[in-house]
Write a protein that binds this ligand. Structure first.
Ligand code: PEP
Ligand code: MG
Length: 591
């Protein structure tokens, strides 16, 4: 330990990817590369530029190899495509070549200077999209530097025994390169719950805790550590008793997961027979195959923006058509609910739509991008309509705040249908149009929106953010963000009651839908549908099937009578642990 201060036995961070792992710590402190400096004679310059080009080729090959190894892992495509683009980017390579030529300096020094200049330019950009690309640029520059220096790219090196990595931060590239046979889990000082690294850890099934603050300062190399990914805890030199109880719990969780998958074919209904449709959220069309194994009925939310990320041009009509057809056909005869593109806000924009906005969460995003029948919207709606005969299409509009946005979408769809039919394309009948209820305005106007809408889906991720005025991506105010806030419960009740009075089905597609802690709350509210990541369906179904509707309503009434989020959290946690002790044992307070 560097400071001599006592090591706490348990550090609390952000639960990033569930699972329990015990092992020796490998502490990674950021390694600084030593950059050699050499003056070149004019005659040496062409060979130095050729050496830079060869290194760029090798760096691209390395990135491609990792990309290839991660085929099928969620979001890996988007991450590595950006790094490849940067390694092909003439701005970077020409800039370095110019420095070699004009300054008569070696490629490593020139790359260091040009990389720093570009990183500073990116860092100063007001546009969150471009700022976010900074970490990809840093990875690309480092990879290129390693190739010039003739170094292996992995900073982690070979691991001789099963290891828990403790790092300041881990890039997606580093996670991708981990030897999964010897890395048991990781824990980092930095990071929020929605980072790319976390999404990759989830997809790879690697337990992870992020946002620990000072883990690298407090853990010694070789310390025994225990990662409890579901609870967001890192135990440092845990007692044999702590290890034993956690290992027993991990074994029980494994058994439960296997048993849960056997529930896949049972009906999703309460013990007293009230059906609640459990659907899956989807980010990529090729994941559609897996949904049925988990017991999901159709797709409740296909987030189409992942088709648009990290590329120079938005996907064209034909390309989108293939994706939508695959999703529709993959779940037929169940519906596929496809959300129109929700770029902007926290999501990255394609080139051409980049704008700098002081408050992106309140800016040009969601259905606002369709204003004036924008080409972005026209291309997507045409692709959706053309795909519609492949299955049962439901179209969902994000970030609606007014009736006119829904009316505009409806008339746009009607005009496009006529246009397509005149061109000889077939368009299915009975396509439903729905609204994501994710702004307080949509809740307040639910009766008016119902007149123009076939169904509603509550996007709790944003609804919580806009109700509580808490940025969903900001760690500093994360303590205020939560579905168990009394204002959130009241807003949800108002939305569900409004939809009920207007006789429109209403579901939930935000993260709250897949959190078993809130299953009774949502059943008690009377929602018709829950849509979540496929992996959560079985756990939610088990709780659903073991609950009476009246019981859920009375728990909700009890919670609605409380005054604060803390009171609600305590009561809900206690009640859920009492009813489902096995399910919630990992959420128990630190002993
Ligand atoms: C939501 O806001 O709850 C939602 C489902 O959408 P996203 O997380 O993509 O904003
Ligand atoms: Mg949203």
């Amino acid at each position: 330990m560097r400071s001599g201060e006592p090591v706490p036995t348990v550090l609390e961070g952000v639960a990033a990817a569930p699972g329990i792992a015990v092992g020796r710590a490998r502490v990674l402190v950021p390694e600084t590369l030593t950059i050699p400096e050499r003056r070149l004679t004019p005659a040496e310059v062409p060979e130095e530029i050729a050496r830079l080009q060869r290194a760029a080729c090798s760096a691209r090959e390395r990135v491609q190899a990792i990309h290839h190894a991660l085929a099928g892992v969620e979001l890996a495509d988007a991450i590595f495509r950006t790094q490849l683009l940067l390694l092909e980017d003439p701005q970077l390579l020409d800039g370095v070549a110019r420095r070699i030529r004009d300054g008569g300096i070696n490629a490593e020094r020139a790359l260091q200077d040009e990389g720093e200049r570009m990183l500073a330019v990116f860092a100063a950009m007001p546009d969150p999209y471009l700022r976010e690309r900074r970490s990809d640029l840093a990875v690309a520059v480092r990879e290129l530097q390693m190739c010039l220096l003739g170094l292996e790219s992995a900073r982690i090196g070979p691991l001789t025994e099963p290891t828990v990595l403790i790092a300041v931060d881990l890039s997606p590239t580093e996670i991708a390169q981990l030897d999964r046979a010897s890395v048991l889990a990781f824990a980092t000082d930095a990071g929020g719950p929605a980072s790319h690294a976390v999404i990759l850890a989830h997809s790879l099934g690697l337990p992870a805790v992020v946002g620990l603050g000072r883990a690298t300062a407090l853990v010694h190399e070789g310390d025994l550590v225990l990662v409890d990914g579901g609870a967001g805890r890192l135990w440092v030199r845990p007692s044999p008793e702590v290890v034993r109880t956690h290992c027993q719990r991990a074994a029980r969780e494994r058994q439960r997961t296997n048993a849960l998958l056997r529930l896949a074919d049972l009906p999703a209904e309460t013990r007293d027979g009230r059906p609640i449709v459990l659907r899956a959220n989807l980010e990529r069309a090729d994941e559609v195959e897996r949904l049925r194994d988990h017991g999901a009925t159709g797709v409740g939310l296909f987030r189409t923006e992942f088709l648009y990320l990290n590329r120079d041009e938005p996907p064209g009509e034909e390309e989108q058509l293939q994706h939508y057809r695959a999703v529709l056909a993959g779940v037929k005869p169940q519906p596929a609910t496809i959300r129109t593109v929700d770029l902007g806000g926290d999501k990255l924009l394609v080139a051409g739509q980049r704008r700098s906005e002081a408050n992106p969460a309140l800016g040009l995003r969601g259905v606002r991008l369709a204003r004036g029948r924008s080409p972005l919207s026209t291309v997507q709606l045409r692709a959706l309509l053309r795909a519609s005969p492949a299955g049962r299409l439901r179209i969902l509009l994000p970030l609606v705040t007014g009736v006119e946005e829904v009316v505009a979408a409806r008339t746009h769809l009607a005009d496009l249908r006529r246009e397509l039919e005149a061109e000889g394309h077939r368009v299915a009948d009975g396509i439903e149009l729905g609204v994501v209820v994710e702004t307080p305005a949509a809740v307040a106007l639910i009766d008016r929106l119902a007149a123009e809408t076939d169904f509603f889906s509550i996007g709790t991720n944003d609804l919580i953010q806009y109700t509580l005025a808490v940025d969903r991506d900001n760690e500093a105010v994360a303590y205020l963000y939560g579905a168990g806030h009394p204002a959130v419960l009241r807003v949800l009740r108002s939305a569900v009651e409004g939809a009920r009075v207007a006789d429109r089905p209403i579901g939930v597609c935000g993260e709250m839908a897949g959190d078993p802690l809130f299953t009774l709350v949502l059943i008690g509210l009377g929602v018709d549908e829950l849509s979540m990541s496929a992996g959560s369906v079985a756990r939610v179904k088990r709780i659903l099937r073991a609950t009476d509707w009246a019981e859920a309503r009375s728990l909700l009434a009890e919670l609605l009578a409380l005054r604060t989020a803390a009171e609600i959290g305590d009561t809900l946690g206690r009640e859920m642990r009492r009813r489902f002790p096995e399910e919630f044992e990992s959420a128990a307070p630190v002993p």
